[in-house]
Design a protein around this ligand. Structure first.
Ligand SMILES: C[S@@+](CC[C@H](N)C(=O)[O-])C[C@H]1O[C@@H](n2cnc3c(N)ncnc32)[C@H](O)[C@@H]1O
Length: 254
């Protein structure tokens, strides 16, 4: 896959495979990883795994239909192996002390905390994200109302340099009108996560989708590097982050 690059100010976006792009980034150069990789979670047989993401994540009643995305069909063992590969690359490119925050659902939470550590990071905890009662109830079952952010550091955390005290659980509904990706995360959730990153440090999202991490990075004044395999989502992120960057320039000028 050919790698495309787009830059505006201190924002650099790549369209290509995350592993191929990560390999080209400089060792010990960035300040944080905040990312929401494909979960490859739904479906317990090879047949259901192979279904397009829309059949797993998008009900027939959904208001906005979104383009399909990549990386959802791996079985459990290849998902764990592949995840260790990209996390190891993230570990190499960030400086000692950098935080990592990785989204997961309940099914993949165990493997997520494993691959975060097999990639080299020190696992520090889980931030539960409560998506509120806006999630559809399930008859006879508990609502699948939460996702999780596994987090840690490369070595010792930046605490002395960046003494923030952050909430350890989030409650935020997904607003379908704001969502530009089938499994897009609210910018309000990302706004909270980027607070762990000291000013001036570059945030890397190797699975940026529609660019929600990038919007939060721009709002908080951090340089950002985003990678996305899908051409459609890359174009969506590019447009969204260009607009966010221009808004930030206007606000700073006032
Ligand atoms: C869960 S989505 C991220 C959604 C994002 N947080 C948002 O709010 O829009 C994961 C993204 O990773 C992309 N992806 C999957 N495999 C990839 C790979 N090998 N390299 C780069 N991107 C990949 C998918 O196309 C998908 O858009």
């Amino acid at each position: 896959m050919k790698i495309k690059r787009f830059a505006i100010g201190n924002i650099v976006l790549f369209q290509g495979d995350a592993l191929a792009v990560l390999e080209k980034l400089q060792t010990n150069s960035l300040g944080a990883v905040i990312t929401d990789p494909p979960y490859a979670s739904s479906g317990s047989s090879s047949l259901t795994k192979a279904q397009p993401p829309s059949q797993k994540y998008q009900g027939l009643d959904v208001i906005n239909k979104h383009p399909e995305f990549q990386g959802e069909s791996r079985d459990q063992r290849s998902f764990a192996y592949w995840s260790s590969l990209w996390v190891s690359q993230c570990y190499r490119v960030v400086k000692t002390g950098s935080p990592i925050c990785v989204f997961s659902d309940w099914r993949q939470l165990g493997v997520t905390t494993d691959y975060l550590q097999s990639g080299g990071f020190t696992f520090n905890g889980i931030v539960p994200w409560d998506k509120t009662e806006s999630v559809r109830p399930a008859k006879g079952k508990f609502r699948a109302q939460a996702e999780y952010i596994a987090w840690g550091f490369k070595g010792k955390c930046y605490g002395d340099r960046h003494p923030v005290y952050l909430k350890g659980a989030l409650r935020e509904r997904v607003n379908p009108k704001e969502k530009l990706h089938m499994t897009g995360k609210p910018v309000a959730v990302m706004d909270h996560l980027v607070k762990v990153v000291p000013p001036g440090e570059t945030i890397l999202d190797p699975f940026m989708g529609s660019g929600s991490t990038g919007v939060a990075a721009i709002k908080s004044g951090h340089p950002f590097i985003g990678i996305e395999a899908s051409e459609e989502y890359f174009e969506i992120a590019k447009k969204r982050l260009r607009a966010a960057y221009r808004d930030s320039l206007r606000e700073n000028a006032q």
